[in-house]
Write a protein that binds this ligand. Structure first.
Ligand code: B12
Ligand code: SF4
Length: 496
């Protein structure tokens, strides 16, 4: 069997320009790596082919003639995913199409009964390695579709959803694909090569805006440390890549394991290794020795879910009061030279103009090095969505294309969705303003931070100054919104 796995081209410029970070999709790499070796597997990350999707897919699919094409999509990429499924059925009618990933998992029943089900043959719910491995074998005649847990397949033209399988034993999984079977290339973080690594899956915390509970339940599973090192060796020695983004939901849930993992990485003596990860504030605040060890092992940047400075909003998010923990976590990170990217969420029911500004001011006071700001998004099946539905605060319930964190799909008790969107943008410009790379960032990238400070920033300031002279803040905002609209509009997919 020939299997082609594809991730979506849609991107969000939440922290930085959409061209500045292009990472490979780890989901398709893991699924592909676990298909039995007698089958041929190819991977495509369409993020690297954003401007020629139809032409590129037509060329590759005609060359490979795959038997199965797997598509991976988050909620806000689903619209593009369906257009691509339609296009692929046109290019290669004999290929079967499987959907996997978050949206397919959370919305399997809805997808199965929607008109677009005509373009889809299978839905893989939850973890894909074992289900897809068996699916490929079944298509080769060596397994039975109806016996494969977590698979949705068609019988007499209608979808049947097999019962969900158990969470996988991570120690049994083979390494993800990063070799020539990956047909797209050029993955980078501000033009340094980057690869992805997974050391654990899941999270036991209870943030109610998060989709993870429906992927793995509230569980936390880890890969054996020897397997993590084998994977890191592949990245470091075979791919010759020094920047590694760790995809774990929350690597620090078990601090003693993090210590053990860091010791093992230090012992391997990788020179120039740079690790980037996301972590929760409480664990980073209460385990200073772990933070110190992480810095020693090569961790350079940490994304912290700070979310909000208001206790009321934190409680609405199911987070508990983490304000003091956020401060301590940042202090710990800075003490050991880790750059902190602080995640903030806006648009909770009680938010008004003042509280949005206060949240940005809170962020500035905290002294994190860069902000990652999103608007509260009612992802399908989350507790947050249910709460907001009950309060009548969701403005856009069904157009998932806008569910990327950049758009206001909700209103608050005091702001319409449009006003929330504008305040979210405006207050950010006024309170946070232009990014001034702090010392930890400058240390990590002297060249790009200098290019930003001395070339891009002055140019952009001049550019926006001209725009604002004509149209003020409103005029500049309208230009931004038009740009965001264009980012994920793919002209060659129009009509599908
Ligand atoms: C790492 C990560 C990122 C990285 C991106 C890495 C990358 N390569 O793009 C960063 C930090 C940049 C990021 C950004 C965003 N992310 Co993110 N991210 C994650 C995270 C933590 C891990 C993803 C991962 O690689 N997992 C490891 C792999 C192995 O697992 P996987 O992707 O789930 O794949 C498995 C299954 O889903 C399935 N599968 C997946 N695809 C397919 C396809 C087929 C054919 C099959 C059969 C199976 C299959 O099998 C795989 C193996 O078991 C997830 C949460 C999570 N734990 O998954 C959130 C998550 C995917 N992100 C999410 C979101 C919303 C975003 C942003 C939109 C946030 C924002 N507003 O900025 C952006 C969008 C980025 C972009 N593309 O422009 C949401 C998606 C929610 C949803 N319902 O769609 C998640 C689930 C977070 C959450 N807690 O809710 N993210
Ligand atoms: S800490 Fe992160 S992964 Fe865990 S529940 Fe909260 S948002 Fe989800």
């Amino acid at each position: 069997m020939k299997v082609l796995l594809i991730s979506m081209p849609d991107v969000v410029p939440i922290i930085i320009h959409e061209m500045a970070v292009h990472m490979p999709n780890h989901g398709i790499a893991c699924v592909g790596g676990n298909i039995d070796p007698e089958h041929e597997v190819f991977l495509i990350d369409l993020i690297r082919k954003r401007h020629s999707i139809k032409k590129y897919l037509t060329k590759v699919v005609n060359r490979i003639q795959p038997d199965l094409i797997g598509l991976s999509a988050m909620a806000w990429q689903y619209d593009t995913c369906i257009k691509i499924a339609h296009l692929l059925k046109e290019i290669c009618p004999t290929a079967k199409i499987a959907l996997g990933g978050y949206h397919a998992t959370l919305m399997a029943e809805e997808i199965a009964s929607a008109p677009e089900a005509q373009w889809i043959d299978f839905i893989v719910r939850g973890e894909g390695e074992e289900c897809c491995r068996r699916l490929v074998n079944a298509l080769a005649g060596n397994d039975q579709l109806k016996e494969i847990p977590s698979l949705s397949h068609k019988e007499e033209g209608r979808f049947v959803h097999n019962p969900r399988g158990e969470n996988l034993d991570l120690s049994t999984l083979r390494l993800p694909i990063r070799d020539k079977r990956r047909l797209t290339w050029g993955y980078h973080i501000i033009y340094s090569k980057i690869e992805l690594l997974e050391t654990s899956r899941g999270c036991t915390r209870s943030c109610n805006f998060c989709s993870m509970k429906h992927m793995y339940g509230r569980t936390f599973r880890t890969y054996p440390i020897s397997r993590v090192l084998e994977d890191l060796d592949d990245i470091y020695y075979n791919r010759k890549t020094r920047w590694v983004f760790i995809t774990d939901d929350n690597i620090v849930l078990n601090p003693s394991r993090v210590m053990e993992l860091c010791e093992a990485i230090i012992a391997r003596n990788y020179k120039g290794l740079n690790l980037v990860v996301q972590a929760d504030c409480i664990s980073m605040a209460t385990n200073e020795s772990m933070v110190a060890k992480m810095a020693q092992a090569g961790f350079r940047s940490v994304f912290l879910g700070i979310e909000n400075g208001s206790k009321k909003n934190l409680s609405a998010a199911g987070k508990g009061d983490i304000v003091a923990a956020s401060q301590q976590a940042i202090e710990n990170c800075h003490k050991y030279g880790l750059m902190v990217i602080g995640g903030l969420i806006f648009g909770f029911p009680e938010d008004d103009e003042d509280s949005i500004r206060e949240n940005y001011e809170f962020f500035v006071e905290l002294g994190a090095d860069a902000s990652y700001c999103q608007i509260l998004t009612p992802y399908p099946k989350t507790g947050m969505r249910q709460q907001l539905l009950e309060q009548g605060l969701i403005d856009n319930q069904n157009n998932y294309k806008k569910y990327s964190g950049l758009w206001a799909n909700v209103r608050t008790k005091f702001l319409s969705a449009e006003a929330l969107q504008y305040q979210f943008w405006l207050q950010r410009q006024q309170v946070i303003g232009w990014w001034n790379p702090p010392e930890p960032a400058r240390k990590q990238g002297r060249l790009w931070t200098s290019i930003w400070r001395f070339a891009f920033k002055p140019f952009l300031k001049m550019h926006y100054w001209r725009i604002m002279r004509k149209g003020g803040w409103e005029g500049r905002y309208q230009r931004e919104v038009e740009r965001w609209e264009r980012i994920n509009t793919f002209m060659d997919l129009e009509g599908y």
